[in-house]
Ligand binder design. Structure first.
Ligand SMILES: Cc1cc2nc3c(=O)[nH]c(=O)nc-3n(C[C@H](O)[C@H](O)[C@H](O)COP(=O)(O)OP(=O)(O)OC[C@H]3O[C@@H](n4cnc5c(N)ncnc54)[C@H](O)[C@@H]3O)c2cc1C
Length: 404
């Protein structure tokens, strides 16, 4: 086994958007930073819709996560301005707002409840009649019964975001090791580096595990610090709005149709993202006829004109989900090892705040106030098997009804 000469202050395992933002912020703070991933900038961001939906994604029981989501949403405009300046690339950030609509009386009752919860939580949203919804978005189905206008829920293009982060990291001096991390190195009860697939062993003062849905699978992790993260599959479609049809939609439109969540996210460049299924099938990323059919059927109920548009891409990705749907950020019980994972359906939204929290931890050893509820220690008694969900089986459950 070759021992590589390189040693850094921080070594980040995983180059999805969470590992990248951690590495970028770490390098900006003057820490010598290495990031290991065979294909940095890949991962779930290549599939994600990029909704920045702190308000429309509010769920009962997720009030703590709401605080982090809102903190990140507030940072987004300054974050993308800084990232675009640092990388010279655009991120597709669009302050377009969101409209959540109801197609029947059950959906309307559900949306009314969500509206009340948003108001109790101090969030801004406005109830609209069906006619008012259609005035805003004329392509909506005539049967729309009402909706919630949320002007503060924007969008970004996650693929552009990932590319900009790769370039910003390069320019900030992050060293990329384009290889799989085979195992964590633990010496004297402390994480001291990793072993790469090419046999080299870069050392580091601190290691950050940001491996997305694979985070719990890294060899060498002591059982007590295996993150309870599992993959949650999502299928997504991409369509193109020909310029003759523009503007097809002016904001993100979403709804619950037959109990399933569907959303349409219109990009400034004419791309229209339709998502997403939610399936517990391990690391399977097969695009299925059933998934595509359900998405098109539900999107068509919402926006009938969608069937006229060219279908340009179908793809499935994996959300890194934790037991409480919130991320795991900061130090673990193993000195020298930090986590930045478990961002589930909000990883794009949470990118700015994650970068700030992790930079603070890596430079001070402490979680900042905003990150404290997300310390990995909250799962200290979780079963180690929780992070080791099995690959798909023939009897895998059908797609479930959850958003994003
Ligand atoms: C269908 C879908 C729709 C979504 N929509 C939205 C949305 O609208 N808004 C939103 O905010 N979020 C959304 N998300 C969630 C968001 O995309 C994720 O939370 C986020 O991208 C996770 O980023 P990550 O860097 O933690 O993980 P990943 O993107 O999974 O990246 C992990 C990286 O780690 C690498 N890695 C893992 N193990 C190793 C190892 N041993 N060695 C080296 N590298 C390793 C992998 O190669 C990968 O590149 C969506 C996700 C999906 C799937």
């Amino acid at each position: 086994m070759r021992i590589s000469g390189d040693s850094s202050d921080v070594l980040v395992v995983g180059g999805g958007i969470i590992g990248l933002v951690t590495a970028w912020r770490s390098a900006q703070r003057g820490l010598r930073t290495t990031l290991a991933d065979p294909a940095p900038g890949g991962g779930a961001a290549q599939v994600a819709a990029g909704m920045l939906a702190a308000v429309t994604e509010l769920h009962y029981g997720e009030q703590t996560l709401l605080g982090l989501n809102v903190a990140s949403a507030e940072r987004y405009p300054a974050f993308v301005a800084e990232l675009e300046e640092a990388s010279g690339l655009t991120t597709g950030f669009r302050s377009c707002g969101t409209l959540s609509v109801a197609l029947d009386s059950d959906d309307r009752a559900h949306l009314r409840e969500l509206h009340a919860l948003q108001q109790r939580s101090g969030l801004r949203s406005e109830w609209l009649s069906g006619r008012e919804c259609r005035r805003l978005e004329p392509m909506l189905a005539p049967g729309v019964r009402g909706g919630l206008r949320v002007d503060g829920d924007h969008q970004v293009d996650p693929r552009r975001l990932a590319s900009a982060l790769v370039t910003a990291c390069e320019r900030a001096g992050v060293l990329f090791r384009r290889a799989w991390v085979r195992r964590l190195t633990v010496t004297g009860g402390r994480a001291t580096g990793v072993v790469l697939a090419d046999g080299t062993e870069p050392a580091a003062g601190q290691v950050v595990l940001a491996g997305g849905s694979l985070s719990g699978r890294l060899a060498g992790l002591p059982e007590a610090v295996v993150p309870p993260v599992r993959p949650v599959k999502g299928q997504v479609l991409r369509l193109t709005v020909p310029s003759a049809y523009a503007p097809f939609l002016s904001r993100t439109v979403r709804a619950v149709v037959r109990g399933s969540h569907v959303y349409l996210v219109p990009r400034a460049d004419g791309e229209l993202v339709v998502g997403a299924t939610t399936e517990e099938l391990g690391w399977d990323t097969t695009v299925t006829a059933g998934g595509v059919y359900e998405l098109l059927r539900d999107a068509h109920d919402l926006i009938p004109g969608i069937t006229e548009l060219p279908l340009t891409e179908t793809r499935a990705g994996l959300r890194p989900a934790s037991p409480d749907n919130a991320p795991l950020l900061g130090p673990t019980a193993l000195p020298g090892l930090h986590l930045a994972t478990g961002h589930h359906r909000n990883g794009v939204l949470l990118t700015p705040v994650t970068g700030d929290v992790m930079a603070h931890v890596l430079t001070t050893g402490e979680l900042p106030e905003v990150g404290r509820p997300f310390a990995p220690s909250r799962f200290a008694s979780a079963s180690p098997e929780a992070g080791q969900s099995s690959p798909p089986e023939d009897t895998a459950p059908a797609p479930q009804e959850q958003p994003v």
